[in-house]
Design a binder for this molecule. Sequence first.
Ligand code: SF4
Ligand code: SF4
Length: 392
Amino acid sequence: MRPLEALAREAAALGGGAARVIPIRPLTNDDSEVARVLQICNACRYCEGFCAVFPAMTRRLEFAKADIDYLANLCHNCGACLHACQYAPPHEFAVNVPQAMARVRVQTYAEYAWPPALGALYKRNGLTLSLALAAGLALFLVLAVVLQGSLWRAPPHGNFYAVFPHNLMVGLFAPVFVFAVLALGIGVRRFWNEVSPGAVTGAAAGEAAHDALRLKYLDGGHGEGCNNADDAYTLSRRRFHHLTFYGFMLCFAATSVATLYHYLLGWPAPYGYASLPKLLGMAGGVALVVGTTGLLGLNLTRHPLQGDAAQKPMDRGFIALLFLTAASGLALTALRASDALALLLAIHLGAVMALFATLPYGKFAHGVYRSAALLKWAVEKRQPSGLRLGDD
Ligand code: SF4
Ligand code: SF4
């Protein structure tokens, strides 16, 4: 029995009440490695100005599980502290903060995920699972079209509702969308409760939103950018992340506007090329294709010490699904009057459904957990340090 549990039972026995055992989550090997390197960093502090991780670290002398999860998600994996570190491998201290943080970060996606089994499955087989799910769903939709008639046909006026009626599409997508929002919400709530954030003020929320939307900590702390393949600085990662994120948001806005058109104004699709849903969707699709292609290139050329090799299939699975969604959406827009429309629509819908079904477990979740960690940091930095050292 662990000592605290024993004490809790003893205290309860003395007081005559039932034992209230406080659960203690043990550190994994990856957690212990983060705690080890942070103890060294806490003595060194050379990287204090690089990002929020280091000032947050100096508020702690010991690192419990919740602190480690919080700091791992606050790290943007810019690589700056690896390339600047005098104790990095091959030094015997072997300090590698970005790699240690990346290993814990991926662990948090699975630990806080709901349902946990899906988180663990995605962690092990991210790329295979993403592509197999997209292919399986697309094949299912292709078979559904074939059963209705020919797959190779052009519906009148590019009207894709002639292939899949509007209500059928809503019936297919609404449950997947609601599931994704619910699973992500439960995961983030668990994370938020675990890291004990304190009271959120308007100023803290504003600062966290600003830092998250600008990806402030991908500038390496000096504005010249992160490290990727070597110790040269590059702003590419920040720019490709921005293209991907804002491209995704534009596509989401296009779908939202089209939904309002349909239900509020009674204007059903298809819409012309100059309509707002199409303009938003095409701009978002192009940004997503460029952003995800760039991110994949950076992922393939990344310095092996900066990240966690085991995480690459998960990263690439998310990038592949985003790319497939955007590219098939653009092809659908360009070829909507052609005989390929039904096939392209099945591929596009399969990719979108697979993307939303896997959102809570992989790279998309990192953006949500990281924003939560940024919010905790914005709250924490406004509070007095609990260490009470000297002038603190
Ligand atoms: S990463 Fe290296 S240089 Fe930076 S604070 Fe830690 S020990 Fe010091
Ligand atoms: S990799 Fe970048 S973001 Fe992460 S701790 Fe190091 S300097 Fe900070």
